[in-house]
Design a binder for this molecule. Structure first.
Ligand SMILES: Cc1cc2nc3c(=O)[nH]c(=O)nc-3n(C[C@H](O)[C@H](O)[C@H](O)COP(=O)(O)OP(=O)(O)OC[C@H]3O[C@@H](n4cnc5c(N)ncnc54)[C@H](O)[C@@H]3O)c2cc1C
Length: 304
């Protein structure tokens, strides 16, 4: 627990970032969790996933930008990514983070960029997923989604089971017919807003998964937790909910064995595929989810 909190704190520290970027071991870690730094590497990674029978959602890494020029650059790279998905005929869509599009500078700025990304996706016949960030951003993220949703239906949200508010947000999404990706939640949240134990978070995740299987529109159940995946499948079977009516999502490079097993069962699987140079915050959150991954770092350090 302590190492999780420490790693999450380090994930937002510029000094820790400078240290990790200078370190020799970062290349191995980046390869493990990130599809590459360039658009071409991302394309190659998605081709491999597609060839294996999985679809992808591509994330051009970056978050919490602090000036409008950076937000515009992120927006433009997302448009390039969407064009590449179409021209290369990839089975993929994009996931976007509103702080990458300027949410911390102004909600209007982020909303404008996100709205145009969803319009562009609509022209290309694509879908856009808006990732969910820390609890301080949830209200604004849901509001921006709601405004775009009035015009366009090709945009979904993410809800985090660790937040107390999620049962209520989930009912709103179900009532409106909004597509939801359900995750446990990856940020360092205080007990005033989020469950603090795995038992409580898992119970919320399972309760909300069942609700989505009963009433949601093509929900994405995003977890690597074998127990929850089995419980999802068991509940779906009991409710005669066909495997084609929902998908499992997992992160690039994590539990490839489980991804392959679900594919063998002919279950739709989508892989969240991050790429780009701004990998630090994303990678640190992945380490925090499984501090045992730190052994991976230590091994690499000792090997050199
Ligand atoms: C497709 C996808 C999209 C996501 N989008 C968001 C988002 O928008 N907002 C957000 O807050 N969070 C997001 N997350 C992250 C999520 O909130 C969790 O932090 C993350 O998925 C770990 O939780 P878990 O469900 O896998 O369960 P856990 O209980 O953390 O892990 C269960 C098991 O999975 C394996 N595992 C999990 N993580 C790792 C890892 N990093 N390395 C190695 N093994 C691991 C281990 O075997 C572990 O025992 C996303 C996750 C996925 C899969």
């Amino acid at each position: 627990m302590l190492s999780r909190m420490l790693l999450l704190r380090l994930s937002t520290s510029p000094r820790a970032e400078a240290f990790v970027r200078r370190s020799r071991f970062s290349a191995g870690l980046v390869r493990r969790f990130i599809a590459g730094e360039t658009l071409e590497q991302a394309r190659d990674a998605v081709r491999e996933l597609n060839a294996a029978g999985m679809s992808a959602t591509l994330d051009h890494l970056g978050e919490n930008v602090t000036n409008p020029d950076e937000a515009r650059l992120s927006y433009e790279s997302c448009l390039r990514l969407q064009r590449m998905i179409s021209s290369e005929n990839l089975d993929a869509n994009v996931s976007i983070k509103l702080t990458q599009l300027g949410l911390d500078i102004s909600a209007d700025l982020a909303a404008g960029h996100a709205g145009r990304i969803v319009d562009h996706a609509h022209e290309l016949g694509q879908f856009v997923r808006i990732d969910m960030e820390s609890s301080a951003h949830v209200d604004r993220t849901l509001q921006i989604h709601k405004d775009i949703w009035k015009q366009r239906r090709n945009v979904g949200i993410v809800l985090q089971s660790y937040l107390y508010r999620t049962d209520s947000d989930l009912e709103d999404a179900i009532a409106a017919g909004i597509r939801v990706r359900l995750v446990k939640g990856a940020y360092n949240e205080p007990p005033s807003v989020a469950y603090g134990t795995k038992t409580d978070v898992d119970a919320a995740f399972l309760r909300q998964t069942r609700r989505l299987l009963d009433a949601g529109d093509y929900p994405a159940i995003a977890t690597h937790d074998v127990r929850l995946i089995r419980a999802t499948q068991a509940y779906a079977a009991k409710q005669s909910c066909d495997a084609s009516r929902y998908e499992f999502q997992m992160l690039y490079g994590i539990r490839r064995d489980l991804q392959a097993e679900l594919l063998r069962q002919r279950h739709p699987v989508r892989i969240y595929t991050p790429y780009g140079e701004q990998w630090y915050g994303y990678m640190m959150r992945r380490l925090a989810e499984r501090p045992a991954n730190l052994w991976f770092i230590m091994k690499n350090l000792l090997r050199r």
